[in-house]
Design a protein. Structure first.
Length: 490
């Protein structure tokens, strides 16, 4: 007898996981990305999926067009009309703008160049814009950098920007019938599903690219909305969902790393102990599986000019005369055998992930393993990673609309505050500027100015110590180099 679980009550943790996984409208696992962590350097490298692009999917699209019969194809063409080239040109321009923003903000390197070679080999095809501008790229980040970038991303403003500047899909004639159609979609084979999911992803990116490119993690893991979504509704759902995850990880940073958060309870706990307590409080499972993958990377390739000649000749001789059982059974060519013999390979552990939430959890777990430290900036109130033994109360973020970091702005502000509260320093600076200006126009000689400066510093210390009053200090400075007499007016 089959067991029926339809009436089974879900736990709070089950609901928690459901809220952070695929829904009927939003799919988070369309991309398959990989990340490699370096706990010694406390940095990691993200390899972004490049398979979800037209130049990689072109063979499937051709098969898809050929396989569908006329009736099915006519129905599908109503749903997946081609975009006008003018509209795709607009998308290409937006891609270039946001790509430049991303590469200027993060350490990004391209590793897949197949798009350019595909269109060079097939000039008859229109060069379609990237669906995700970071497809086929690698991103290098320091521990804590990705999480903080996501936590402080302004998804709310990006959402409104997407609303206010929303470009309607030029293929849609009837908005209401299109987005309020509850008719199910028949899938006839796996190929159809693969190609149509690509079309859905394209339409998704055209609708939310401003939100997606608001942080590096959302750009690495863009969503895919299900067919016939209402963009105005799903855009808001997507932004709200991101803001919920932002709040969760901001709270995690505060609970696990902030020394000033509940010090009477958490003060003597390590971040790992705090995280364990956090899980207990919220009834979350203490174990978290990871999708670990063992792969091999070639660190140095075989070079005929630089290799060990004796070793190369020995391999060629053994291969030529088939002297060993290994060579007889290996079924390798000479070139393959030489490549494996003369080059180096290393085992690398990668972690597979598809969603923003998965990547955030992976980075957070590595932060716990390596004792990363955070502090809250006393100027902007945001957390930052403490690097090495360098102790500071201010972060190195550049404020919006400014060219200076919080550290630089705080130094200036603290100096001005000190100046405002220190009358002796204020008086000294006033006369320093006045007499330095006279030196430049040769009204005061340089040796005389240096003599005044040394005496003025001694007097300033006397004023700070209360030996002389600020008024006496100012009178002394005023009389040291008498002002020039003004010309008498007739």
């Amino acid at each position: 007898m089959k067991r029926d679980y339809s009436q089974c009550m879900m736990t709070d943790y089950d609901i928690y996981l459901i809220d952070r996984s695929n829904s009927d409208e939003i799919v988070d696992d369309y991309f398959q990305n990989y990340v490699v962590f370096d706990n010694v350097k406390k940095e990691f490298f993200v390899e972004i999926d490049f398979q979800k692009e037209y130049h990689h999917m072109f063979g499937f699209i051709e098969q898809y067009d050929m396989m569908m019969n006329a009736d099915i194809k006519s129905k599908l063409e109503k749903r997946y009309k081609p975009y006008p080239q003018g509209y795709l040109g607009f998308i290409e321009g937006e891609n270039i703008k946001y790509y430049n923003i991303l590469i200027n903000s993060y350490n990004i390197e391209k590793y897949d160049f197949s798009r350019d070679s595909f269109y060079r080999s097939n000039p008859q095809y229109f060069k379609r814009p990237y669906l995700n501008v970071l497809s086929g790229h690698k991103v290098k980040l320091s521990y804590g950098e990705g999480i903080l970038d996501f936590i402080y991303a302004d998804f709310f403003s990006s959402c409104w920007d997407q609303y206010e500047n929303f470009v309607c899909d030029p293929r849609e004639d009837d908005y209401d019938s299109r987005y309020h159609n509850s008719e199910s979609i028949t899938v006839y084979n796996e190929l159809q599903d693969k190609v149509e999911l690509l079309y859905d992803f394209e339409r998704t990116m055209h609708s939310v690219y401003k939100i997606v490119y608001s942080s590096i993690y959302t750009a690495i893991c863009p969503p895919r909305f299900e067919k016939d979504f209402d963009p105005y509704v799903v855009i808001e759902w997507y932004a709200d969902r991101l803001q919920v995850v932002q709040s969760e990880f901001l709270w995690l940073i505060e609970f696990c790393y902030d020394e000033d958060y509940l010090p009477e309870i958490l003060g003597k706990m390590t971040p790992q102990e705090r995280f364990h307590l956090f899980k207990k409080i919220h009834r979350h499972k203490l174990e978290k599986p990871r999708k670990e993958i063992l792969s091999f990377v070639r660190t140095s390739a075989y070079d005929e000019n630089d290799c060990d000649i004796e070793k190369k000749e020995a391999v060629e001789f053994a291969f030529k005369y088939d002297q060993t059982k290994f060579l007889r059974n290996s079924k390798l060519s000479l070139e393959e055998l030489l490549d494996y013999t003369m080059s180096k390979r290393e085992a690398v552990v990668k972690y597979a992930f598809s969603s923003v939430f998965e990547l955030l959890e992976l980075e957070f777990s590595k932060m716990l393993e390596t004792n990363i430290r955070f502090k809250k900036c006393k100027r902007c109130g945001r957390y930052f990673v403490v690097k090495g033994n360098y102790n500071t109360n201010y972060c190195d973020r550049i404020e919006n609309g400014s060219r200076y970091t919080c550290q630089e702005l705080a130094a200036t502000e603290n100096y001005k505050a000190k100046l405002a509260n220190n009358k002796a320093l204020s008086i000294y600076n006033k006369y320093y500027k006045r007499y330095r200006a006279r030196v430049k126009v040769n009204q005061i000689k340089e040796p005389d100015f240096k003599d005044w400066k040394l005496k003025a510093l001694v007097k300033r210390n006397d004023c700070d110590n209360g030996t002389i009053s600020p008024e006496e200090y100012e009178t002394w400075n005023e009389s040291y180099f008498p002002n020039r007499k003004k010309k008498e007016t007739k």
